[in-house]
Design a protein around this ligand. Sequence first.
Ligand SMILES: [Zn+2]
Ligand SMILES: [Zn+2]
Length: 137
Amino acid sequence: MSTSTESFNTSASDLLGLQCSSCLTSYNNDEEYKNHYKSEFHKYNILRKMVQLAVVSKVQFEKHLLETKKVVKPIIDVKPTYHCEICSKKFKTDAMLKNHNTSKRHLERLSEIEHMEEMKYSELQKQNFLKKKEDIP
Ligand SMILES: [Zn+2]
Ligand SMILES: [Zn+2]
C-alpha cells in the first residue's frame, strides 16, 4: 500500500497552492496555474524579466494592455492601394494611377508588351501554317 500513500503526498502538496515565481502570484489548483502559464500576463512578465525590468501585477498589466491597444489600432487601418500590373508599381490614390497610365514610361512598356503579344501571335500563325503544310501529303 506504499503507492497510495505516495500519491496522497503529491496531492497534498498541490493543496498548498501553486506559485509562479516570475509573476509572484499563487494559484489554488493545477488548472488555474496552467491557464496562467499560457496567459499574456505571464508571457509579458517573462519578457520584462529578460530585460531586467520589475515584474508587474495583473492590474498593471491590464492597464498596459489598454494603453497599447490605443496605439496599435491606427496602424491596422490599411489604406487601399492602386497598382499597375504592367510596371509593378503601387500608387496611393486612384488619380495617381490614372496619371501613371498616361505617362510615357507606362505607354512605352505597354507598347512593348503589345508588340511581344503580336510577335507571339504571328509566331503561332507561322507554326500553324507550317503544320498545315506538313499535313499535305
Ligand atoms: Zn507567471
Ligand atoms: Zn504602368
